[in-house]
Each structure stands twice: as C-alpha cells, then as structure tokens.
Design a protein around this ligand. Structure first.
Ligand code: AP5
Length: 232
C-alpha cells in the first residue's frame, strides 16, 4: 500500500514519542513528505518564537536553555489551535507533544471535542548512550530546522544546509550538560506516556537504533498494518 492510498482510507492522527535525539524530527520530516500532513513540532515552534521575540518565545527561552519543559499551560493552547485548524482536518503529525500526562489528557479532551481520535503513538526507542552520541554531533539548519549529523548524516558542505543553503548550527540545548538534564527530564516527565498510551492500546514501538532509512521503513510498515487491521 502506498502512502497515498494509506492517506485516502481515513485520517491519520499521529504522535511521535521518544527521548531527545531519538530521531523524531528526522522521521517526522519523512512522514510529512510521505503523507503530506501538517507536522507540528513543539520544539521548532518554540525555537521560532524565541527567534522572533514573541511573548511565547520570551516565556519559553529560559526553560529551553536549561533543558526543562515549558509549563503545560503555555504549550497546550499552542497545539490545540493547530489541531483544530482546517489544514489538520485530514490528520496531523505531532512531534514533541504531548510530553507530560497533563498534556496527553488535554489532547484527549481536545480530540473528544472534535469527535476524532489518535491513530497511534509511535515510540522511537533508543538508549541513553545513543542519545548523547547523536545530540553531540547534531547540526541544525538555522532557517528551516533541517537536521544533519556530523558522523551519521553529514551535510555535503560543512556548516551549510543541503536543502536550503542556510547556516547549520549547534542548538543551545545540545551542549553536554544540558543534554544530560534533558534526558533526566524525559525519564521523569515524558516516559510515563509510554504506559499511558500502552493502556489505551495506541502505543507502537519502533527500534530507533537502526539506520534512519530502516527506521522509516518500519514506521511505514507499521502504519500499513494498522490500516489493514482497521479495514478488517
Ligand atoms: P525538541 O526540539 O522537541 O527536542 P527533543 O524532544 O529533545 O528532541 P530533539 O529535537 O532533540 O531530537 P529528535 O528526537 O527530534 O532527534 P533528531 O531527529 O533531531 O524540544 C526542545 C525543548 O523545547 C525542550 O527541551 C523543552 O524545553 C521545549 N518543549 C518542546 N516541546 C515541549 C512540550 N510539549 N512541553 C514542554 N516543553 C516543550 O535526531 C538527532 C540526531 O541524530 C540528528 O543529528 C540526526 O541526524 C541523528 N539521527 C536521527 N536518526 C538517526 C538514526 N536512526 N541513526 C543515527 N543517527 C540518527
């Protein structure tokens, strides 16, 4: 089944879960291209707000720089607006939201209100050592957030984005001491969502330790299986 035919069957409302550096953004970009669905990455939204100097950015910056989560009440409304928007009527991909049980409950209420439901929460599973290796070598496009890695996915020209030619940077929160804190925050606040979605029968695990293409293939296979089950 192709991505096109998958999309035509019914709407796809996906959540990407996983520790920092597990590859949510990398796979999110691919899913967005495959399914042509709006892709809402809360980290990207917040970084853009910081860059643009908006009130949201002003509130978020200190939390992000420390590797802490921004408060639930700040981020819930941001995603609520997008999920309700006409462009998300056929589905959406959420990367980095929800990140606490409170956010997941708010999303559930939002979906009930729209008489829609989450299709799956895809957990991209990687261990802590791999997170540190990946984030230490990540380079991010300053303009559009395209992602590279100096070892695993190097850009053709050092410090220049292959896709749009913008400058590549090391994110402020990819410094070693902040990476450690982000991982602790993940284990403390976000990992409980694994059992939360497991109990709802929505959790799908993907081995994130594999090559990016293989991770992408497994996600596609998983979504195709889900669709077949839905049709039976
Ligand atoms: P956010 O931007 O969401 O950061 P994150 O969840 O920590 O995730 P990352 O973007 O670091 O990693 P990723 O999983 O997308 O991995 P990537 O594909 O880049 O959030 C930043 C901050 O914003 C938070 O700390 C918080 O303060 C705030 N925030 C955001 N959402 C929030 C919310 N809902 N509530 C409260 N606060 C919120 O890959 C990483 C690297 O590995 C890349 O270099 C890539 O090339 C490489 N790579 C990817 N896949 C593979 C692979 N399979 N093999 C080898 N290398 C790979």
């Amino acid at each position: 089944m192709t991505a096109d035919s998958l999309l035509r069957v019914s709407e796809l409302n996906l959540i990407l879960l996983g520790p920092p550096g597990s590859g949510k953004g990398t796979q999110g970009e691919r899913l967005q291209q495959d399914f042509r669905l709006p892709y809402y990455a809360t980290g990207d939204i917040l970084r853009a707000a910081v860059r643009d100097g908006t009130p949201l950015g002003g509130t978020a910056q200190e939390f992000m720089d420390r590797g802490d989560l921004v408060p639930d009440e700040v981020i819930i409304g941001v995603i609520g607006e997008r999920v309700q928007s006409p462009e998300a009527a056929d589905g959406f991909i959420l990367d980095g939201f929800p990140r606490t049980v409170g956010q997941a409950e708010a999303l559930g209420i939002e979906m009930d209100g729209l008489e829609r439901s989450i299709t799956a929460a895809l957990l991209i599973d990687v261990d802590d050592g791999e997170v540190v290796r990946r984030l230490g070598g990540r380079r991010t496009c300053v303009k559009n957030g395209h992602i590279f890695h100096i070892e695993f996915d190097p850009p053709k020209n050092e410090d220049v984005c292959d896709v749009c030619g913008a400058r590549l940077i090391v994110r402020d929160d990819d410094k070693p001491e902040v990476i450690r804190h982000r991982l602790d925050t993940y284990h403390d606040k976000t990992k409980p969502l694994v059992s939360y979605y497991e109990e709802q029968g929505l959790l799908k695990r993907v081995d994130g330790m594999l090559e990016p293409d293989e991770v992408g293939n497994r996600i596609r296979a998983l979504l195709a299986t889900l669709r077949l089950e839905e049709e039976l």
